[in-house]
Design a protein around this ligand. Sequence first.
Ligand code: G3P
Ligand code: CA
Length: 231
Amino acid sequence: MFVYAHRGASALAPENTLLAIKQASEAGADGIEFDVYQHQNEFILIHDRWVDRTTNGKGTIDSMSFEQVRSLDAGKGEQIPTLSEVLALIGARCQINIEMKGVHDIELLIDYVAKHCRQHKVPSSNILFSSFDHHVLKHLKRYRPDARIGALTAGNPLDYALFAQQLDAEFANIDLTFVNQAFIEDAKQRGLKVGVYTVNHTEDLDKMKSWGVDAVFCNDPGEALAIINGG
Ligand code: G3P
Ligand code: CA
């Protein structure tokens, strides 16, 4: 079972910062997941549209200049990173899951990622794009049919993983609260991989492994790897 660091190693460092990414990489995570918002022609790592929860600032990202965004303290003195900085830091070390939270120009994002992957020697095959917004994923696939995508759901739909198959996704990623064996079996029958977020406890990690889940998103990837490989 594959371990993605969730928002970087967010149990050990401020989420979605270079420090969290670095610690995830050092912990040997198979992949690193993080959240991306568009800010004008730049892409930055942050989970919420409002900066209040994760930084020392107040307000929405789009009400701020890029300089204001970069002047915020995202915890332990860390800046809100750009996607380019993160791609440079991860390089070819592990898989990369870019979750699109607030991206309104998909073509710009795809072209930005392609350019910075070339620049920082990140294999494009290591990139997986994901979103809860299935319209965004559909748009992305239309623009770049060979892009790898993960379709997210925070619930268990009536027709299980059909949404992910319809999007030609590689992964159907579901909330731990709602995942069950029926969802996993349905996804497998459709040729999909299943990812589950956020899995932090031994009991849940063991259950996901026994259910044949392909990937888990964990706040402490080192600990999760030790539990999975030790069991
Ligand atoms: O990609 C899985 C997970 O990160 C989705 O939920 O709220 O942590 O971004 P959230
Ligand atoms: Ca996320």
